[in-house]
Ligand binder design. Structure first.
Ligand code: ZN
Length: 313
């Protein structure tokens, strides 16, 4: 009889303990269950301080060059047979090249916010044309600021402008080229980047430069248009939206001209860094926000979750 009573008492204690554990588990998980509904609730649990990592014996200068709409398989270093990227290919031979980078979104805004926060688009929730980067979201330049970096941005894309609150975390932010995205803007972006490097005395620094040119409309300067398309006049406007299917090869030639043209401007920045003693102690990163499709899966442009669009250098 006593055994039965003792057994029942132990059973009660076990059930009570399990119930308490369940309550505690629900209480602990409640914040994470509600967290993603509003990006304002995203919190960085503890600020990262580079000094706590022993391999950061010094803080390198960091240059991040992002090329819009650059699909990985149109670079020589990723196996493309055309000579579209001699400068980036040369850089790749001296560097670490990641062979499989998957963009987190097929268009600029959510993709770059993922790069700048480490969050997937479903978490950062900057997914709409009407979205803004919330102040509560810690971005890469903010993190670097907290680690004594001087942070600068040279951009020419509306999605990366003040309108989208992209400027927060930047000590210097130049978006004066806004409105010229569809023109040939890569030389001006390279000029502004080089000018900033020439005048900057802050160290360590983080510099973000964004090239837009490979994005449609594809209107490469004549010399780069001739390289892949030829000297004749293009019969399309270089716009995937209104291009008939039989003209897609022409579209692709013009796109390759844009890529080669932008590669040349990236090369100018690399040349400057090397010539002006800024190559040592430098972390140079070149990447893209998304790729582009040329009828590979039946359509053109981007905005689709396909490997031509999501595989980036
Ligand atoms: Zn883009």
């Amino acid at each position: 009889m006593n055994m039965k009573i003792r057994y029942a008492a132990r059973l009660k204690v076990i059930i009570l303990a399990l119930s308490l554990l369940l309550l505690v588990a629900i209480w602990v998980s409640l914040p994470s269950l509600t967290k993603n509904k509003n990006t304002a609730q995203i919190e960085v649990k503890s600020p990262v301080h580079f000094s706590s990592y022993p391999y950061f014996s010094y803080l390198p200068n960091i240059v991040l060059i992002t090329i819009d709409t650059l699909r990985a398989d149109h670079l020589g270093s990723y196996g493309y047979p055309r000579s579209t990227t001699p400068e980036l290919d040369h850089l790749a031979r001296q560097s670490v090249q990641f062979t499989r980078i998957i963009s987190q979104a097929p268009w600029t805004l959510p993709s770059i916010i993922s790069t700048f926060t480490g969050f997937t688009p479903l978490v950062h929730d900057v997914l709409q044309e009407t979205s803004k980067v919330p102040d509560s979201l810690e971005t890469l330049p903010e993190l670097l600021q907290k680690n004594n970096y001087f942070t600068s941005g040279v951009i020419n894309h509306l999605y990366l402008s003040r309108k989208y609150n992209f400027q927060h975390g930047f000590d210097f932010f130049d978006d004066s080229l806004l409105g010229h995205e569809n023109a040939v803007s890569a030389p001006a972006v390279a000029d502004m980047t080089i000018q900033w490097l020439q005048n900057n005395e802050e160290k360590p620094f983080f510099l973000f430069t964004h090239f837009f040119d490979p994005h449609s409309n594809y209107v490469p300067p004549r010399i780069y248009k001739k390289m892949f398309f030829g000297p004749q006049e293009a019969t399309t406007r270089g716009n995937p939206q209104d291009c008939p299917r039989e003209k897609i090869p022409e579209l692709l030639d013009l796109y390759d001209g844009e890529v080669r043209h932008t590669d040349k401007q990236v090369g100018r920045i690399i040349f400057f860094l090397k010539q002006h003693n800024q190559w040592r102690d430098l972390m140079l990163i070149c990447n893209a926000d998304h790729g582009e499709e040329f009828g590979d899966d039946g359509s053109t442009g981007h905005l689709f979750l396909r490997h031509e669009i999501l595989n980036v250098p």
